[in-house]
Design a protein around this ligand. Structure first.
Ligand code: NAD
Length: 430
């Protein structure tokens, strides 16, 4: 059992590797708070969500039956600005997972220094098993239930796993219809013709690519010759593959929920994308051999990008990871125990709260454009994103070095300092 970095955890949790996302988020926070000597009162404030809403969502299904779905919206912090965070539709999403994701959003927004706090939402459902009509009713009911606590200056949802621009359009419409005026600024990740931003769809992957480039410079890896393995081939993973391949990197393996594919000589990404559009999966793509999603994590490569779900790199497989850089496009793919193993083995983990912050950064740009009703072209968005991500990497790397810590701890210390300073100066009301 690895107990490194554990502080203030109940004894029961330390007996085995604990995969509960919220306890992991608190454990990461506690470890960094301890390292930077955070005041105990502020520590108590910052480690809990400000508000957590649990919902029952009845939906009349196409066959006339009624089904009730569980939904959540959690607001971790609004100290630095309105809460911000995506909505996840997944059969296994839990209240604790949403609490963790909301907390990670607070730190993420602070790292890229945008004026938002953190939030997250989720509905326990398998959207692939719902008709478009059922999905719309579920989404609108959820939007209606959370509408008292969301709004352009309160809390601004966005897409996450298995949600997209259509779902954001339904939320924006439901909120607008019940508030009596059109409110594009209530969600981000909308279609561009409804006030969405150019570059938002690619932003998470593009931001990840910018920080991978910086990490490669630090690690002495030449990106145009690097080998890359990617777990998850959705919005974040597939676009990261495209951008890295265009730069000359060799994508040797990718996977999705149905399985993985491998080619040591390099997969042809445009061909993969066409195959996925045609069949819904990367499995059985031409010029590839099958590989399972767990084996992908352990391949000999320069850069590993987990871009699917949480808890993929754990104590069980951390000592078999062979990549030199792990760039966490997904939220929470590495457990704290695994983190310690990777750090000891000299592997640089670019943590989720930095590596995937490009998404929320361009969401912020979208919100700014909506409020101004003045829109930027894609080059403008990408240039601004590059500036933000390169600076965030430099800040996190410098903080990690200063505290003789790994990049995740560096990222946490930077973020906690910014949020704690704002909390201290605002004061505890009343
Ligand atoms: P997505 O729904 O577009 O894609 C998810 C991908 O993961 C799909 O290809 C799916 O098949 C795959 N997947 C699911 N289970 C898998 C498994 N067991 N093994 C391998 N692949 C599996 O979602 P996304 O938006 O790309 O999000 C992926 C991750 O990135 C999530 O952790 C999300 O929170 C994070 N993220 C996304 C954004 C964004 O803007 N999209 C921003 C920040 C963080």
């Amino acid at each position: 059992m690895v107990t490194q970095g554990i502080t203030a955890m109940p004894a029961s949790v330390q007996t085995a590797e604990d995969l509960n996302s919220f306890r992991i988020a608190m454990r990461q926070f506690d470890s960094a708070a301890e390292k930077c000597g955070l005041d105990p009162g502020l520590r108590e404030v910052l480690r809990r969500p400000r508000r957590a809403l649990s919902l029952s969502l009845p939906v009349k299904m196409d066959d006339g039956s009624v089904q009730v779905f569980d939904g959540f919206r959690v607001q971790h912090s609004s100290v630095r600005g309105p809460c911000k965070g995506g909505i996840r539709y997944h059969p296994n999403v839990t209240f604790d997972e949403v609490k963790a994701l909301a907390m990670w959003m607070t730190w993420k927004c602070a790292i890229v220094n945008i004026p938002f706090g953190g939030a997250k939402g989720g509905i326990v459902c398998d959207p692939h098993k719902l008709s478009k009509n059922e999905l719309e009713h579920l989404t609108r009911r959820y939007a209606y239930e959370i509408s008292p606590i969301i709004g352009p200056d309160k809390d601004i949802p966005a897409p996450d796993v298995y949600t997209d621009s259509q779902i954001m359009a339904w939320i924006m419409d439901t909120y607008s219809m019940t508030h009596g005026s059109s409110a594009p600024g209530v969600v981000t990740g909308k279609p561009t013709f409804l006030g969405g931003s150019f570059g938002r769809n690619e932003a998470t992957a593009r931001g990840c690519w910018f920080v991978i480039r910086s990490a490669c410079e630090v690690m002495g890896i030449s990106l145009d010759r690097a080998t890359v393995a990617i777990q998850g081939f959705g919005n974040a993973g597939s676009i990261a593959a495209e951008l890295l391949a265009r730069q000359g990197a060799k994508i040797i393996a990718v996977s999705d929920s149905r399985g993985g594919i491998f080619n040591r000589a390099g997969l042809r990404v445009p061909e993969l994308l066409r195959h996925k559009v045609k069949t819904g999966s990367v499995v059985d793509s031409p010029n590839s051999e099958p590989i399972d999603s767990q084996t992908i994590l352990e391949l000999q490569c320069d850069i590993l990008i987990p871009a699917a779900l949480e808890n993929q790199i754990t104590l069980e497989n951390a000592d078999r990871i062979k990549a030199r850089i792990v760039a966490e496009a997904a939220n929470g793919p590495t457990t704290p125990d695994a983190d310690a193993v990777l750090h000891d083995r000299g592997i640089m983990v670019v943590p989720d709260i930095l590596a995937n912050a490009g998404g929320v950064t361009v969401s912020y740009f979208e919100w700014v454009q909506d409020l101004q009703e003045l829109f930027w072209d894609e080059d403008d968005v990408n240039r601004r994103l590059e500036r933000v991500m390169v600076k965030a990497f430099t800040d996190v790397h410098a903080t990690a070095k200063k505290h003789d810590a790994d990049m995740r701890t560096g990222a946490y210390i930077l973020a906690i300092d910014r949020v704690a300073t704002a909390t201290r100066v605002r004061g505890i009301w009343p």
